[in-house]
Design a protein around this ligand. Structure first.
Ligand SMILES: [Zn+2]
Ligand SMILES: [Zn+2]
Length: 175
């Protein structure tokens, strides 16, 4: 996912359009693999904003496979997100004024005429993975006692697993 910025690198205000469609290998997050379902599409503009900085504004569209947080079945999630990031030329970065400016911030850099978007794109994908995905809004999940998928089969665990204190109370109400 590399931009060639040779045509805009000399002129402030110059910009270029880009679009990529790439197949990426699965992401590994916390030991878990997250697979892409199809290619990732990235498009946008890169603008020379002066002083060795290139502002990249892009849109990301992809589909990822995650597990339903209730029943653990794989779910395909459509992801549409946008990003905006300044990339600083590595040689310029060594100037003291830049050092101060970016001390606390994580900086993306590029070298020569090549600007690689991959890390920025992946970071945005990771940030947008939902913490809780559901295969359907009314997924019934997995029985916590016998482990059966409640979307597929019924079990009778709930009636037997009532809190004993509650069972006492129910008996009392019946009498
Ligand atoms: Zn589910
Ligand atoms: Zn059960």
């Amino acid at each position: 996912m590399e931009l060639n910025i040779a045509n805009i690198s000399e002129k402030k205000g110059a910009h270029l359009f880009f679009n990529f469609s790439e197949k990426l290998s699965p992401l590994v997050i916390g030991g878990e693999e997250i697979e892409f379902d199809g290619p990732i599409l990235v498009e946008g503009t890169a603008t020379n904003v002066g002083k060795g900085k290139i502002l990249v504004e892009g849109k990301i569209n992809t589909k990822i496979m995650v597990n339903c947080s209730r029943c653990l079945k794989p779910v395909c999630i459509n992801m549409d997100t946008e990003f905006k990031k300044e990339f600083v030329k590595k040689s310029v970065l060594n100037e003291p004024s830049y050092h101060k400016l970016y001390e606390d911030e994580e900086i993306r850099t590029y070298e020569g005429d090549k600007l690689n978007l991959l890390n920025e794109v992946l970071e945005n994908v990771i940030l947008n993975i939902p913490m809780k995905a559901l295969c359907s809004p009314d997924c019934r999940g997995i029985c916590s006692i016998c482990g059966c998928d409640l979307n597929v089969s019924e079990c009778h665990c709930t009636s037997e697993s009532i809190d004993p204190r509650l069972a006492e109370l129910q008996k009392w109400f019946k009498e």
